[in-house]
Design a protein around this ligand. Sequence first.
Ligand code: SAH
Length: 256
Amino acid sequence: MTPLWVVSTGPGDPCLLPPMAVDALERSEVIAGYGRYLDLLPAGLLEGKDILQTGMTGEVARCSAALETAYAGRPTAVVSGGDAGIYGMAGLVYELAYDKGYADRVEITVVPGVSALSAAAALLGAPLMHDFAAVSLSDRLTPWDVIERRVAHAAQGDFVLVLYNPRSKGRQWQLGRVLELLRQWKPAETPVGVVRQAYRAGQEVRVETLGTLDPDTVDMLTVLVIGSESTRVLGKHLVTPRGYMKKYGLDSQEDS
Ligand code: SAH
């Protein structure tokens, strides 16, 4: 069995690249990835490797090529930004491996990592202390009515809502429509954390509200965290109480 690692590269800063990811990259002869994510890796990790690079929409070609090289006996890594198992490459690699009948010769390992939601939450404070949902607004692979239905149910269920892929050059109206939908269920004062380029050069973190957020200030390098009914703004931070303070009061030492 030849190893094929699907390696999470985290939000960008090498300090959030797990040692397990570094180990997988060091052991790989071939590394496949989208240019932007390869560029964020420490250059030393790519030295002496064969690089399989395609554009953003070349996911199938890239993962297929990686599977071919692993099937031919060369240890290979597919890199995927954030967590490879969250809107990343892990699913496609498994699907292709089973579809092509490669699964018995290639040993697939997913290396977990820091997703945009955990990176953004850390920069904002602690908005994901209670139940949350994530929805990608990209309708490239998901019908728009499914996306709207999920957003509406998350709002009705009072989940904190993380929006991935909120807007791109080719998808301009969708975020405005989603904000409109959310305002039907949630007060205009609901806080919204806006995090752009988390743990990368040009990082921006701000807290707005559902009423004030201008979709034009958001792009595809941004992730949004929309508060639940209990999410609070504390100073510059966004916090969703888990309930400790209410249950145990200030003096509690409990930790669970
Ligand atoms: N697998 C990735 C998500 C890929 S989808 C992960 O786990 O994070 C791409 C979307 O993720 C972007 O449009 C953006 O919404 C979000 N994203 C990824 N990295 C980000 C970062 N460093 N800062 C802010 N948002 C990010």
